[in-house]
Design a protein around this ligand. Sequence first.
Ligand code: MLT
Length: 263
Amino acid sequence: MGQVSVDGVPLFFRDVGQGLPVLLLHGFPLTGDSFAPQLSDPKLTSKYRFIVPDHRGFGQSALGVGPTTMARIADDALAILDHLKIGEAVVGGVSMGGYAAMALLRADPSRAKALILIDTQATADDEAGKHRREETARAVLERGMDLLVETMVPKLLSPRADATLKDAVARLIKENRREGAAAALRGMGIRPDSREILGRFGGPTLVVIGEDDQITPLPKAEEMIALIKGSALARIPNAGHLPNQEAPSTFNGVLDAFLAGIR
Ligand code: MLT
């Protein structure tokens, strides 16, 4: 794992493969290891250089002060690219990672050569959603990560997911600390609407959706497609909210086909 320090906070990232740089931002409440099916595929790593952080408060990265805003995650990712002397990268994210990818576009669109939005959404939380985030943050601080395993695994994965996959996702969730999860819940609750940001992005864009996604279902993907001129939609069968983990071979094929067209 590579390491940088941002504002005194040690942050860890994977740097795997060679070729076109591709920054991949993980979802909530996971870690960068959720991209293992991509980082372990030699067909991808022989052509693309994957930079995959653990966001602050997740995995090996330490937690900063206050809510982990999507802007903070984006700035941390840009600091990692700076550290690696990478000017422009393809920027991709799953769900919360997608919110952070949009925050990166807001901070500095010149750093994004192309965009991959996986099971995410452009809109902000409504008032009821914000309230639920705060309630969940408090409950997690009290009960720990087991609460998120119980409540989220059934929603994250397709009803067709097998026990091995459920266990793997539960293990990833349990690697995290409750304080990190609560800070990210509070950060997601205050994220701004990103529709305008997406409408302004002129680069190649791939929107991916697991067909069984219950958290950010197909209409959320279609809304982003309608906003981004020339964007392409890839529907992944037999997958819910985490298609890169649930259907890695289909997902990796779609990712490879998109990245191969980026100059
Ligand atoms: C995620 O997968 O990152 C979360 O479900 C996103 C969210 O809660 O909005």
